[in-house]
Design a protein around this ligand. Structure first.
Ligand SMILES: Nc1ncnc2c1ncn2[C@@H]1O[C@H](COP(=O)(O)OP(=O)(O)OP(=O)(O)O)[C@@H](O)[C@H]1O
Ligand SMILES: [Mg+2]
Length: 553
């Protein structure tokens, strides 16, 4: 949190370069946007000039045909302006969305490759925010930020140019109030930035709170904690509303102040301009055109504060997203070995491992398991049984000793080749939203459905799957909530069997299955492990699978 706060304070313009570089991939679109910005700038400024021209050179001298001709030009320029502005808006959004789409893919690809330790210490909400809202904020760097700010600057320069050309005296009168406008804008921009940060922090609080309560709804209700949680939510909601109102306050002050300043400017213009007109120093047309210029001049300045903030927030979000993209929190995949037909000899040699590099969960552990053998691990809760899976599969890297499979150190394997050879039935089965079939194959639809059916029959899961509406097409909801724990375990059994691994690990896999089904599975397991190197993990009280007792450090 403290770190995030720090990142928030200073936007890094190096990020801007990187973002623009990723926009450059859509070179044509990018150049198109820039050209449109350059063309649009003078086009807007021409309109008031045409008004002046029409007034001075046609209306005042009663030149009706000329008036018609200029009116057509006026309408033409107006239409061109509208049309180009449409293209400009569309193109900048297109550019932003394209960049952001690529970025989402990059971030997701990176996320799934990060090591589990990253997820141990990063709340789910944070990772979701990075892939969704932060990336959306980057979109606005393109639509609201860079290009439009440049476009606005260009149009200010163009308007000022035409103004000076029309009447430098009136221009200077108009510009007298500009310093005030700039000061007001600066103050507003700073205040709004701070209050936006507050809004974002409060929103993040609210999201985190909601996410946790919704996923733990059962606990909330079991402990009758509805009222307490609702009270907590009211507090968070109150803080969030307050932060929002704060930022609204600055808008409510700023816009009237800008109105006031521009009214002041208009008053000066009328007062001074009327005198100049009477003295013949400016034309009547110029007097008519100047209020129009004023509007063209004030509008971008008024919007600049907002746009600059959007840009800043986009850059801050960009910094956070790039932090994930650049993250080196991955398990180094430098191994080259890819063997499909492993024999499955497993050897732990003085292995030491700590999740946090300090508190060793596994100390000086050595054992050897020959291909085809079965080992049972029995131990009390928290003794490090599941951890053995984590390190064998390289979800985490060990700090001491070595683990060999077929006498090759596991870090010399290419990671996916290593994991392909090891199937695991985990203690807490995780199913994804999707059909039973998809969950078994994990979307690898090249798997022959007959193999799935056979595996399900072997395991004894076929019957209950067939009984569900839709059978193998039965839709499992998020996390497998609409199945019983035992059913989920059966499905994960089928999943492991389908992948036909050389090494099989069952982590308390039958703990939630009724004794009757367990007998069926027992038989299946025996068949399963007969051909494979197997590790069977059970808690100390388990009666079925007690083999050699297992202890360490
Ligand atoms: N992701 C993690 N990050 C930090 N510490 C962890 C992590 N997972 C487990 N631990 C710690 O490692 C120790 C061993 O955990 P492990 O899950 O291996 O136990 P276990 O023997 O499988 O227990 P159980 O029988 O309850 O499943 C525990 O003290 C636990 O607190
Ligand atoms: Mg465990």
């Amino acid at each position: 949190m403290a770190e995030e706060q720090k990142v928030k304070e200073k936007p890094d313009f190096g990020i801007l370069k990187r973002l623009i570089a990723s926009g450059w991939k859509y070179k044509n679109l990018f150049i198109g946007c820039v050209i449109l910005a350059i063309v649009l700038a003078p086009l807007g400024a021409i309109l008031p000039y045409l008004v002046k021209d029409i007034v001075d050179n046609h209306i005042l001298i009663n030149d009706i045909p000329g008036l018609y001709k200029k009116s057509y030009i006026f309408i033409g320029v107006l239409l061109a302006n509208v049309l180009l502005r449409y293209y400009f808006l569309y193109a900048t959004s297109d550019l932003g969305q394209s960049v952001v789409k690529d970025m989402r893919n990059t971030v997701f690809a990176k996320l799934v490759s990060l090591r589990l330790r990253y997820f141990d210490k990063t709340p789910i909400g944070t990772s979701t925010t990075r892939t969704i809202s932060d990336i959306q904020a980057i979109n606005e760097v393109f639509t609201q930020g860079v290009i439009t700010i440049v476009a606005d600057l260009l149009s200010i320069v163009a308007v000022l140019g035409v103004m000076f050309y029309t009447s430098w005296r009136l221009t200077i009168i108009c510009l007298l109030v500009f310093p005030f406008l700039i000061i007001a804008t600066r103050i507003f921009q700073e205040k709004v930035r701070i209050s936006y940060n507050k809004v974002r922090t409060q929103l993040a609080n609210m999201n985190a709170f909601l996410q946790e309560r919704i996923s733990g709804m059962r606990m909330v209700q079991i402990f009758n904690a509805e009222d307490r949680q609702a009270k907590k939510f009211r507090e968070i909601n109150h803080a969030y509303t307050g932060a929002n109102l704060d930022s609204v306050f600055y808008y409510a002050v700023f816009f009237p102040v800008v109105e006031l300043i521009s009214a002041l400017s208009l008053a000066l213009l009328v007062w001074w301009g009327a005198g100049d007109y009477l003295n013949g120093k400016v034309s009547f047309g110029a007097l008519v055109a100047f209020p129009l210029y004023l509007d063209l001049l004030f509008r971008p300045v008024r919007m600049a504060a907002d746009k600059f903030n959007t840009l800043q927030m986009g850059l801050v979000a960009g910094a956070r997203v790039y932090k994930i993209i650049d993250s080196d929190e991955i398990i180094p995949n430098t191994g080259q070995v890819k063997i499909d037909g492993l024999k499955g000899n497993i050897k732990f040699d003085k292995v030491g491992f700590a999740y946090d590099d300090e508190n060793f969960v596994i100390n000086d552990l050595s054992f050897e398991l020959k291909a085809g053998e079965t080992m049972a691990i029995v131990g009390s809760t928290g003794s490090g049984k599941s951890t053995i899976i984590n390190i064998l599969n390289r979800f985490y890297d060990i700090q001491k000793g070595n683990i060999f499979i077929d006498d090759i150190a596991i870090r010399d394997f290419e990671i996916s080749a290593l994991r392909k050879n090891i199937a695991i039935v985990l203690q807490d089965v995780f199913l994804f939203e999707g059909t039973v079939m998809e969950n078994i194959c994990l979307k690898d639809m090249s798997i022959d459905q007959n193999i799935v059916l056979k595996a399900a029959k072997d395991i004894g899961a076929h019957e209950f799957i067939e009984k569900m509406p839709g059978g193998y097409d039965f839709k499992i909801t998020e996390r497998g909530n609409n199945l019983s724990v035992g059913q989920r375990q059966l499905i994960s059994f089928v999943r492991a069997l389908v992948f036909d691994p050389h090494i099989l690990i069952l982590d308390e896999a039958t703990s939630s299955i009724d004794p009757e089904s367990e007998l069926v599975i027992q038989h299946a397991i025996e068949k399963l492990i007969a051909k494979r190197t197997s590790i069977i993990i059970a808690q100390a009280y388990d009666h079925q699978t007690c083999g050699q007792n297992f202890s360490h450090g």
